[in-house]
Design a protein around this ligand. Sequence first.
Ligand code: XXG
Ligand code: FE2
Length: 361
Amino acid sequence: MPADPARPQPAQLNPVLPPVPDIVRSAYATLVVTDLAEARRFWVDLLGFVVTAEEPAALYLRGYDELTHHNLILRAGPVAAAGALGFRVRSPLDLDRAVDYYKALGCRTQRLPAGAVRGLGEIVRAEDPLGFLVDLFASAEHPERLQQRYDLRRGAEVARLDHFNICVPDVPRAYDYYAGLGFGLSETIEDERCVYAAWMYRKQTVHDVAFTGGAGPRLHHLGFFAHEAHSVLRMCDILGSLSLEAHIERGPGRHGVSNAFYVYLRDPDGHRMEIYTSDYYTGDPDHPVLRWSVLDPRRRDFWGNAVIPSWYSDASAVLDLDGAVRPVTDLAQAAEVTVGADGFTAKNPAAPQQGPQQAPR
Ligand code: XXG
Ligand code: FE2
């Protein structure tokens, strides 16, 4: 990875590729669930997602702040997996660019007409170089604005999708691909020999996408933004009251990376989601990268609480363009858990007292 990679210009990285599509933000994901009624109980009845549209085999859900059709599609299917990761692009011209760009990268690409994904205009769907399905769209239906319908809010009071976290066997390769698409780098976990994880953005927050080193391609989690830390706590209390505490996998806590307050939940199929609040602005052109030592016990939980092993090992399979589950490649670099200091021994007084380091600019 380059020494100072904040917002590299894609053309500088690879001058032979056609212009990149202008990606605005991470916008939605599709999860295949094996029991739609069970999934509905979790995502709608417990977590409080808004149902924009409903079909016998699919639900289109959004947060209370979302002004487009959906942040999440739950689709019934035989095997739990993640479908496409949806990115909003700025204009229809960016869809033409996306076709040329992914074709130049040698990726299988489809153009889907408006309405092929309910609520959205035309879509360019590609199998990206990392093995994930991505949907790029430039227009969407605007459902009723619910931001100030406080009377409707339930569960975690989720506002919108914030980010995708993906498991990749080679983190620097994932960085290169997303840097080529014009994503900026906000934070990393690294040491002198390896980058173990990285957070990258298009919108002006810590991330739209993050990479967790591991067998991949797999979806690690979907991060959803809530406005208040108490929404995170309230969700945990609701699950506890209903003896559904097994859905809570990690947290609640304060991340070192991103400074967000968080909890990770697992849905009935094991898909992981995060409720996430209070990260920070990254929109300045010279936004400095924050690099955490892999040995810093506060990097993943600022209070030094150990990360549960399943958080590193488990993730959702992903589908290819034909709807088949993609095979995974094993981690091709050192595993963070073997070098890091989360220590499944919980708090580690012997860990070095290193803080986050600002990259030299
Ligand atoms: O959104 C995130 C995360 O990717 O889910 C994980 C922000 C920070 C972290 S970490 O566990 O590294 O603190
Ligand atoms: Fe996250």
